[in-house]
Write a protein that binds this ligand. Structure first.
Ligand code: PMM
Length: 275
């Protein structure tokens, strides 16, 4: 399988590390660190030097309880950073739910749109299809403001799988190349710890849906319950899920701690090559 993202094509037999740069004042683990564009660009370059294949730039926090940001503010935060990283020749992803922001970022050189709402904006799929960029479709139940208020599923794996399949088909019907689409179960987005663990346990079933699987567990609060560690002490817990999900067939790991993830991926890739 391949994942086609504009000028970049990823061979999914090897893992892909996506490094996170949140240009937000309020993201849960790196909020406020990279709000200055120079600092954000420098950090993106650092992540690539550490081995990230993609830099994911976000201008709206989607942490539980977060309110949406104004479109003009989101544009101001992300577009200058995307432009400078893309000008440096990097594969840049824009983490946005808005087609307007995606379009501006794609114009500025982004190669991937990472949409945690899986195309809730009616113009999103046409925007991505016209640009020929990559697209990450993520599952979220509810909205960031209220998604962690008693989320309920009869069968979380079946429901998330069905949703991701349906959104993939909808994106293709709206003009997105199937090879450009990756899918993500959305850890922590309207899920209890139990739901997150069930999804981790079912990695092989999610990977069998036929598109590259993106895993975003980095530093998330699910680890506080299983490993009792603070947000900045979750590198090892994150790595455990990185290795687990790669062995289950995942391709892309979206992480803050790139150097550690790259090491783990290199080991797993070496072993997987012998299977
Ligand atoms: N998590 C966050 C933001 N964007 N995108 C994808 N595809 N998957 C995720 O799990 C995801 C995401 C929230 O976490 P952050 O504060 O680390 O960005």
């Amino acid at each position: 399988m391949i994942w086609r993202c504009g000028a970049f094509t990823f061979d999914c037999t090897r893992s892909v590390v996506m490094g996170v740069v949140n240009v937000t004042p309020d993201s849960f683990s790196d909020g406020g660190l990279w709000t200055d564009p120079d600092a954000a660009v420098a950090h993106g370059l650092e992540l690539v030097a550490a081995g990230a294949a993609i830099v994911d730039v976000g201008g709206e926090s989607t942490r539980p309880g977060a309110d949406p940001v104004e479109p003009a503010e989101e544009l101001d935060r992300v577009v200058p950073v995307v432009a400078r990283l893309a000008d440096a020749g990097l594969c840049v992803s824009v983490d946005t739910r808005r087609a307007l922001v995606a379009a501006a970022a794609l114009d500025a050189g982004a190669s991937v749109v990472n949409d945690v709402s899986a195309g809730a904006d009616p113009a999103m799929f046409a925007t991505v299809g016209a640009a020929g960029s990559g697209l990450v479709l993520m599952h979220m139940k509810g909205e960031p403001r209220d998604m962690q208020v008693a989320p309920h599923y009869d069968d979380v794996v079946r429901e998330v799988s069905g949703f991701l399949t349906a959104r993939t088909d909808a994106a293709v019907a709206a003009g997105v190349d199937r090879d450009a689409i990756a899918i993500d179960p959305g850890f922590g987005f309207g899920k209890t710890i139990g739901h997150n663990l069930e999804l981790l346990a079912a990695t092989d079933r999610l990977a069998a849906l036929g598109r590259p699987l993106v895993i975003g567990t980095s530093r998330k609060s699910m680890f506080a319950a299983v490993a009792d560690v603070d947000v900045h002490e979750r590198v090892e817990a994150t790595l455990a899920t990185t290795v687990w999900t790669l062995l289950g067939g995942a391709t892309v790991v979206r992480v803050h701690d790139v150097e550690e993830a790259v090491q783990a991926c290199a080991v797993v890739d070496g072993v997987r090559a012998l299977w």
